[in-house]
Design a protein around this ligand. Sequence first.
Ligand code: FES
Ligand code: FE
Length: 414
Amino acid sequence: MLDRTKAEPEQVWRGQESLTQKYYTSQAVYDVDITMIMDGQWLLAGHAAQLQKRGDYFLFEVGVESVIVTRDSPDTIRAFYNVCRHRGSRICSKPAGSTRTLTCPYHAWSWNLDGTMRGAPEMGPEFRKENYSLHEVHVGLFEGIIFLNFSKGEPPSFSNFASRFSDLVEPHQLSKTKVAYRKSYPTTANWKLVVENFLECYHCGPSHPTYCSVHSKLKLKGFIGGRQVGSNEALSAFEPLLLEWQEKASAMGHYTGRFTDDSESDHLQQGVRTPYLTDALTESRDGKLVAPFLGTFTQSDGASTYAVFSPLNSALINADYAILVSFVPRSVNHTDVECIWLVNETAREGEDYDVERLIDVWNTTLTEDKKIVEDNQLGVSSSMYTPGPHSYMEARVTSVLGWYLKHYEKYAGK
Ligand code: FES
Ligand code: FE
């Protein structure tokens, strides 16, 4: 019998294997993780279409923080810690709403939508309102997608973070969309297990029959995630089909470039368009379009656009709809998977699209993923868990763990 009472030696990560247990279960590791994520990354909090008019707001919750994201003017979106400057109460408790001022329900201190203080009753003549503005969070906006960074100093450059996605994403004009559906998948698992699962398709065959019915097997084996991770056989069978699609898409004037960062990068970004290699026009159960075209598209070229802004968030875009996916750590073994389905802003529900059809493939896939990842966490938490080797189809998992450890070590040493 293996004696697990002896302390395990520190893992020297050799690549191509999962991490030791502590990285998925330890509060001390999570404390470093959450600082690393909130300080060093831009987190996808929502879409500008959720804030149609001045004073509309929604709450974004990450770790122990709650943030009020609001529209202060037609051109300005701001984000504030949902923490009263008096005795610290939450200011807003409803997940979304519309307001002219931000007023704390406890003793009625209030703020303008730019975070400056409006009033604090009965505080006497010495009280200086200018000292009690709300604490602000950095906001970045790309194609209507709202990103937040919680750095106490300078945030990472938003323009470096987002601008490289312009050619890939702009043709879809996500800034001219509306929210058709939102769903949160609260997942009882460490954020790294959620991310690892999302970045590989080794599990697609056994776990995602619906997703596999949209994409060809060859694609899933040879090219999933935009990085060549298949066997030589799968790759040589896939390559000519990819070239054929590239010619077709280019002839339509569609973008076919791609980029994939390595572990040394700041955000491990990836941008790629990949063909379904079936007759499908979009990711729907029958392959037929489920909503009016987005942006400049007037026909489908039979491919998805993947904008992986960081391991924590992505936009997956088809010719007719997009889904924003954000993995939001809440505690050491709890992660919220937040999803927003976007359609053309002119589309009318019930006439141009049906929500059930629109969300079917990804809702099915994400519901399956929740179960897989929660089962993964249960096994990883066992006294018998030891790291196992990655398949060549899990090359992106190897990349993300290398990226993670590099950033973790930097923050753990702070
Ligand atoms: Fe907010 Fe007192 S705690 S007004
Ligand atoms: Fe999956």
